[in-house]
Each structure stands twice: as structure tokens, then as C-alpha cells.
Design a protein around this ligand. Sequence first.
Ligand code: C2E
Ligand code: MG
Ligand code: MG
Length: 728
Amino acid sequence: MAEEKTRSLHVPGNLHAPEKTLDLLHELQVHQIELEMQNEELRKTLAELDTSRSQYFDFYDRAPVGYSTINLEGQILQANLTTARLLGTERSSLLKQPFTRFILKEDQDTFYLLCKKLVEDESAISCELRMTRPDGTQFWARIEAILVNNEIGEPLLRIVFSDISALKQNEEDLRVAAIAFESQLGIMVSNADGIIIKVNQAFTTLTGYSAEEAIGQKPHLLSSGRHSKAFYQSMWSTLQTTGYWQGEIWNRRKNGKIYAEWLTISQVSAPDGHVSHYIGTFSDITANEDAAAEIHRLAYYDPLTNLPNRRLLEDRLNQALASAYRSHMYGVILFLDLDNFKLINDTRGHAVGDLLLIEVARRLHQVVRKGDTLARLGGDEFVVIMENLSVDIQQTTVLIEQIGEKILIELARPYLFKGYEFHCSASIGAGVYCEHQETSEELLRHADIAMYHSKKAGRNTLRFFDPAMQAAVSIRAALEKDLRHALEQSQFLLFFQSQVNHDGEIIGAEVLVRWRHPERGLVSPQDFIPLAEDTGLILPIGQWVLDTACAQLKLWENTEATRHLQLAVNVSARQFRQTGFVEQVKQSITQHTINPALLKLELTETLVLDNVDDTIAKMSQLKEIGVRFSMDDFGTGFSSLAYLTQLPLDQLKIDQSFVRNMGVKPRDAIIVQTIIGMANNLGMEVIAEGVETEAQRAFLEEHGCPSCQGYLFSKPVPVEQFETLLAQ
Ligand code: C2E
Ligand code: MG
Ligand code: MG
């Protein structure tokens, strides 16, 4: 265009000079305007080019995939920002790096093969491999590559790659789901309308219907006609409310055979909450008859002895009661508890214990009649139900006694296991029934109570339940209920019974607890201490006694006349055995800041013997701070000199039964003398309790026991009365 303009300046020379100049000027001006216009166009084009170039770079950098160019040595020459982001690094630090640095070692061969193939074929090619970032994290990448040449004809690789980890995960999930779907369980998937859309191979095996036959049908296809409409209605309503149903259902196979299946239906909901599918999984349980029998056996029989267990026993007992109601005949349930099973089990081991139980079951089988029920309740407890004994109660009783005797003899015969001989007996309680209104549970309890009385009567014997036993149990239960609140309602109080020396001077007292029951009046410790022991209530009660005694000692400290008094406190076995007993005593002493030497703890022989080592340890710890110990009811237990010498005792307390009988049984007088001699020889004090007569006191004094406690001096009395006694 510029050339054309230049040419058009050489116009014909027939014009005058000034005119020519003007024309030329004009033309120049036009030309300049045109040039400026052209310039403007060029600038615009350049600007447009600039914009699209930066647009290109934007697209390039922010593309959802990584673009990079590498040379044939594998060095990265160029990379977009996405590459840097995917590889978890800065773009600048990518340049000149080998691309394989970001490929997992195990997958680098895949990449080399890709490159090799590309150079040979020069076609676009792709692969999947795992890439790794400098921070150690990994991801699955899909890589596509092409071969290009640069300006100077060098071959380069253009690489496009993307993160396909999520895709890979989905694939894997699908693969697992597909394997799970082809499990041993029949599976059927139906849509929200209940139309079957998918079944597995096991479905076909179990039902006989192929996938083609089942798909498009409703599960009704399998219906056996055995269940009522109500059954299916309740199934659907459960499914709708809980999203889940499980149960046994009878269905029909394609060949018409009815079978039982265990079916679980789960509802699948779409994210918006609407039900999208139902999945039914089922197994054929008709084939499991053996398993069912085994399950039944486990549920109703004791695995060790194969005898019916408690569940089956209750069933049988109910049947027996119903049949007695019709036949008017008496029957009995015998409750058996082995007498020394625990000891054998603990000392000889559980294997021997098991053998013993099996043998007991065998012997019982031999004794009871065919048709009687023999059951094991657990542990060493067995029950026999004998029905239709007689219509006459006398005859029934005789029969029961005969059978009971047989059982006792049979079970008491020696047992021989592993070359050792064992001895074991049983205590039996009998609960007779006829057309009574008792429930099976009550009957079982009656027999249990009677068994307990057999134990109390010395074991290896049989006792019949009688209502008086029940009354005793009820009283005990009521008392126990009250005892639980006695402490918080301050119903306990302490009585003091004086202990005197040879001059008849009071040197101290034994504190004896009393329970002031709102209805029963004063309850003797003999009636509630055993109960408190059994229930564990002895712990807080014992603590209260100890505390109250210490508080009393503290009060007495203030007065000359009482400052020297000692208090003897009874300690029961459970209280002594509890961990922390020593600390509790120490705490009471420090809390009340009393002189520990004024506190004497009374222990019994049975308590001490139960665990001599623990006893010595605890006694020694308390002796260290000055607490004293007396052996209560001495002579009634099985004390041996051997352990008596080991115990840090201060005093022996001769039991009142010997004192009472001193004048009656010469043997008891000798025992008393022996105890006194023993105490003297061991360097211990001795005191006699239950001294009621002057003769007794005189005898004791004569034989070296001047300290006494008993009604002769005072009964146990409240503290005020005791203090009056002191003043006299
Ligand atoms: P124990 O420790 O052998 O107490 C002596 C029992 O003999 C007391 O009966 C007492 O009242 C009674 N007694 C004392 N002198 C005579 C007498 O001359 N003639 C007769 N016939 N009896 C006499 P109590 O108070 O009924 O206590 C009975 C048992 O209860 C005590 O026997 C003791 O083992 C237990 N006990 C009492 N208080 C407590 C206590 O605070 N804690 C514990 N763990 N046991 C206690
Ligand atoms: Mg005592
Ligand atoms: Mg005593």
C-alpha cells in the first residue's frame, strides 16, 4: 500500500508549481492520516494478540490437567501450574528435574515403556501409573503423551496427566462389591416398587430361578402361601419404620418344594431420603437341621453333664405341676448341693471338679427312676423332679425319704480320679407339691431353702421344706431391708459391759452394739450381726462402732476417774479382712487423738485361722502403734499352740460356755485351768467372760484368772448407767 501511495505521488507535471506544492501538501496530509489509521489498526491487532496470548497462558496454567514438556532425557522443560499443584511442588523447582522423580519406583518401568513405544511409533499413547509427591503422598495418574519437534527439529514429549485416584477407588469398591454380591447367601435387589432388578448366582442355586426369570418379577414369585397376609403386613411395616427386617420365612422353589430361609431385608435410601432399593439376603435353613439340633442342645442342656439345664428344668417343672393338677398325685423336687465341691475344685483343680460333677450326674442317673427329671442348675447344684409318687402324703414322704437316703449313700461313696480318692457328700432339700397353687419358681425356692437347712443341720442329709422355714426367710429378708437404713437413721447404740480386776474394780468395758428397731425394739447383735456380715453392711456398722468407742475414750480422757478405762471392741471377720482395715483403725485413733493402748480389738479364733498370714500382718501393723488384741471366745475354735505363739496377742478371753459349766462338767474346769496356764506361759493376760456367780469368780481367781466380765458385775448397759456403776 505504501508503494502504491509513493507511485501516486509522481503525478503528471502539467500543473503550476504553487498549485503543485499545495496539492502535494494535501496529499501528504491525507497520506499521514491514512498512516495513522493504519498504525492504530496495528496497535489494536497487537493488543488483541497480547490478550489472547495471556488468555492462552491462563488456560494453559489453570487447566484441570497437568501439561508438561520433557526432552528425550526425561527432563522437564516446561510445566503448567496444575502440574506443579498435582506434584505438590513449585513450578520453578520442577524445571530440569527428571519427570520420573515423581513416579513411584515400581511404576517407572511403565513410563519407560510408554516413552519407548512413543519414540518408535510416534503416535499418541497413554498409561496409568502411581505418582508420588515430595511429601511422600501418592496418587493414581493417567498419562497421555505425544511426540513433537521443537523449532530446531529436536523431538520432545508433551505430557498430559490427571489425578484418577477417586476413579481407581471406585473401581476397587465395585470389584469388592461384585465379589461380595456373588457370596454364598442368596441376594435379590429390587427397586422402590418392589420389582426385582438383580439377583446373584446363589439366588438361582437356592430358588431354582435364573436371573432372567427373576428380574422384572416381584418377590411374590417365591411365596409359599404358608404365611398370612398379616405376616407380610407386619414385615412391611417393620421395614418401613426401621428400614430393616429379619426373620425366618417359608418360600417355594421353582420346582415347587417349600423351604425355610433366614431372610434379612435392608432398605436403601437415596441421599434425598427416598427409598431407592430393597436388598434381600437369605440362606436356606432347612438344611441346617443338625445345626438346629445342636443349638437346641446348647440352649437346653448342660454341656458338661448333658443333663437338662435350668431352662429345660423350668419347662419340665411346669409340665409336672400341670400333670399333678390333673392326677391329684404328689410329686417332689429335690434340690441337691454338694457339700465340699468348692474345696475339691479349688485344691484339686477344675479338671477334677469337672470329673466329679460328671460322676455325680452318672450316679444320680442310677438312683432316680426312669421318667424322673434330673437337671443341673449350675455349679454343684442338681435338681431331681419325681412325679406321681402317691396320692397319700404319708406314703409320699416315706418314698422321698427312701430315695433321698439312696442318693445320699450313692453320692457319699468315695470317688476315684487320677489315682486319688475323693470324698464328697450332698445336702438335699425336698419341696413336695400336689395340686397346690405354687409356681415352679416358688417350688424351686422352697426346695432351696430346705437344702440350706440340711446344710445347717450338718450336711449329708435331707430336709423337707416347711412353711416355718419360709417364715424365717421372710423375717430375715424384712430385717435385711430395715438394716440397710438403720445406720443413716441412727438406730444403733452402744452398750458397755464392765470388765473388773481381782479387787472388783472396773478396769474397762466391752462395747456391745444394739439395734433400736422402730417396731421390734432392741435387737440383739446375735440376730443381726450375721445378717450384716452376709450383706456386707458390717463394714459401715463396724466402722461406726469403732468410731463411737474412740469418741467415748476421748470423752473419758477429761476425767480422772475414767481416764484409765480400756474399751474392748469386737471385730468381725469380714470387717477385719477388708483391705484398708488397718488404715481405718489408725484413722479413728488419730481423728479422736486417743491413746491407742486403751483400745483392745477382740478377734475370734475362726477369724484368725481363716488366713493366719494376713492376720499376723494386720495385727502387727496395729500393734506397732500400741493397739491391743484379745482372743474372744477362746477354747471354742481349733486353736493350736503352734499359731497361738505366732500371733501378737495380749489377752485370751475364756469363752463363757466353759465358765458356765465349770462347776458342772469337770472337763470344762480342766479346760479353764489349761487356758489360764497357757496364757501365763505365753506371757498373755487372761480374762473370763460370762461370770455369773461368786463361785465362778472365786474358782477363776483361785486358778490365776482374776479378771472377769459377766452379769455378776454388770449386764451390758448404756453409757450413763455404766458411768453410774463407776462412781459406786
Ligand atoms: P461376745 O463378743 O462374745 O460378747 C459377749 C456376749 O455375752 C454379749 O452378748 C454379752 O451380753 C453376753 N454376756 C456377757 N456376760 C454374760 C453373762 O454373765 N451371762 C450371759 N448369759 N451372757 C453374758 P451380746 O451383747 O448379745 O453379743 C453377742 C455377740 O455379738 C458378741 O459376742 C459379739 O460376737 C457380737 N457383737 C456384739 N457387739 C458387736 C459389735 O459391735 N461388732 C461385732 N462385730 N460383733 C458384735
Ligand atoms: Mg466380744
Ligand atoms: Mg465372747
